[in-house]
Design a protein around this ligand. Structure first.
Ligand code: GRF
Length: 213
């Protein structure tokens, strides 16, 4: 959606959400749209796992929910090309990864330049990859949080749209810390999607700059 970045519009506000499991971030996006905090349409929800609870959340909200199982495709590129075909068919212009436990390949990245978002449960660049909350506890940081960023070919390393800080408490374990981070995830992901869809921003090196209009 290159036009929207410059705030030129008009552009569609059709998004897709890619999930692998619980789908609580998907739910936060559904709720934000329903409450009028986010003006967007979720055109399709895609999961790589048939047992993802988020698929049912989507169906309950009247949203098309599709499982594309990797074993039905030859390799990562073929899988991602199938995703691209589906997204193009549904006229999606922003892809939101929400607990989607797969690396995205060049096929998907090239189809949506600066058009794929991810949410990660740490203050990136600290603690990328799996078990970010466990990594934060093991490292002994006093503050961690959540990050929404643009997806690039490097894992959890794209330009940052929004972050929220969460204190680590003395008696925290992975579950209590994850739960408090999740509250912030649910707050900032819809807000970040709104910022991106509203346009008027560009990427300058690693920095996402918003232009005054
Ligand atoms: C979230 O913690 C998110 O930051 C991470 O995976 C988890 C997904 O949770 N990428 P949910 O499926 O949205 O409930």
């Amino acid at each position: 959606m290159p036009e929207s970045k410059k705030g030129h519009g008009p552009f569609s506000r059709r998004i897709a959400v890619l999930i692998s499991g619980r789908g609580s971030n998907l739910q936060s996006i559904i709720d934000a749209i329903r409450d009028g905090r986010l003006e967007a349409t979720i055109a399709v929800v895609i999961s790589n796992r048939a047992d993802a609870v988020g698929l049912q959340r989507a169906r309950d909200a009247g949203i098309e929910a599709v499982c594309l199982h990797p074993r039905d495709f030859g390799d990562r590129d073929a899988y991602d090309r199938a995703i691209v075909d589906l997204l193009r068919d549904r006229r999606v212009d922003l892809v939101c990864l929400a607990g989607f436990m797969r690396l995205v390949s060049a096929a998907l990245l090239q189809a949506f330049p600066h058009g794929i978002l991810n949410i990660h449960p740490s203050l990136l660049p600290a603690f990328p990859g799996l078990d970010a909350q466990r990594q934060a506890l093991d490292h002994g940081v006093r503050v961690t949080g959540a990050t929404v960023h643009l997806v690039t070919s490097e894992l959890d390393n794209g330009p940052i749209i929004l972050q929220a800080a969460v204190p680590v408490l003395d008696d925290d374990d992975v579950d209590t810390l994850s739960a408090r981070i999740l509250v912030e995830e649910h707050r900032i992901y819809p807000e970040a999607i709104r910022l991106v869809l509203d346009g008027g921003w560009s990427v300058d090196g690693r920095r996402v700059r918003r232009h005054t209009r």
